[in-house]
Design a protein around this ligand. Structure first.
Ligand code: GLU
Length: 317
């Protein structure tokens, strides 16, 4: 793997926010943006922005630009150019090639339905543990569809700065997992590990829906000789009854018709409160930018709650 750019080769924290442009920025992604921004900036660190646009069929045209304009309007300032994963496909291909040459990855000809029929336990990315059918060569009559990485018995244990210790045996919970999908795109796990390493990311702050994906990412980091960043998984924003938020109903973007010059402060205030930083009375009504500046000193991982919760949106004026 290539080395991080000189700008990032220091003791400075390098954080990032990596939204997928599959819908307008929503309350959950706003919390991830605020958390990752403040955790990087509190020690004078760098904050990178990456658009995870590999899953072409799910991408909504124009949404990536809307995300950038929304973040800018809310007062976020990122370092360097925005990285688009779509521009990085050749790098992912080279990493896949290297894994294939080392015998650490292999082509797989199994369809999802086939795996579902044979898989022993309902786990893994798509709910299935791959039973290793093509591990020692494409099974008779099969054609290459996807590529999988070989997972050896591996118990991954790591400390998360919000959620505490987390461990998972990747072999029994996912098995050999997909790094390039049958329909073409490189898988999220491969891209995220390669990009974080190349950009010198030292701190990953994101929603806790990705906590159980982290062992697979650490597994790949070890295989590729990449450093392991510090992890902070933030609680999820849920509906008052505990159910998952619908992205569409909770959009906070310009494209969704939000007047951010009026509502921006309230949204940032809500995200700060959610992350354990209730805004003092003298800052009520402050702009989004001012609140982010205040949050840079106020944020503390010890105060971030670990439980998913509804968000308290202040009433709009
Ligand atoms: N692109 C992912 C999302 O929007 C986040 C990936 C990450 O932070 O590692 O949920």
């Amino acid at each position: 793997m290539s080395q991080p750019t000189p700008e990032h080769r220091s003791d400075r924290v390098v954080g990032r926010f990596a939204p997928s442009p599959t819908g307008p920025l929503h309350l959950g992604s706003l919390v991830a943006a605020v958390g990752s921004y403040l955790m990087a900036r509190r020690s004078g660190g760098i904050w990178l922005l990456r658009i995870e646009d590999l899953d072409v069929p799910r991408i909504v045209p124009g949404i990536a630009d809307d995300m950038l304009r929304t973040l800018e309007t809310l007062g976020f300032e990122w370092d360097g150019p925005v990285l688009y994963q779509n521009s990085r496909v050749e790098t992912y291909r080279a990493v896949l090639q290297m894994l294939l040459e080392k015998g650490l990855a292999y082509p797989c000809g199994c369809s999802r339905a086939e795996v579902a029929r044979i898989a022993s336990a309902p786990h893994g990315d798509d709910g299935l543990v791959y039973p290793g059918i093509c591990r020692d060569g494409l099974a008779e009559g099969k054609e290459e569809r996807a590529f999988r990485v070989k997972v050896y018995d591996d118990l991954i244990r790591f400390h998360d700065g919000v959620m505490g210790y987390f461990s998972q045996e990747v072999s029994s919970s996912c098995g050999d997992f997909i790094i390039q999908r049958a329909d073409g795109p490189f898988a999220y796990h491969l891209a995220v590990v390669v990009d974080d390493a190349e950009c010198g990311v030292t701190q990953v702050v994101r929603g806790s829906d990705l906590l159980s994906s982290t062992p697979r990412q650490i597994y790949l980091q070890r295989l590729l000789g990449c450093p392991q960043p510090d992890y902070y998984h933030l609680p999820l924003v849920v509906n008052p009854d505990g159910t998952k938020l619908s992205k569409r109903d909770n959009a906070v973007s310009l494209a969704a018709g939000r007047d951010l010059s009026r509502e921006g402060g309230s949204l940032i205030e809500a995200a700060l409160g959610f992350l354990g930083m209730p805004v003092p009375a003298d800052l009520c009504g402050a702009s989004a930018r001012e609140l982010l500046r205040w949050g840079t000193d106020a944020i503390s991982p010890e105060r971030i709650p670990s439980e998913s919760a509804p968000i308290q949106l202040p009433p709009t004026a």
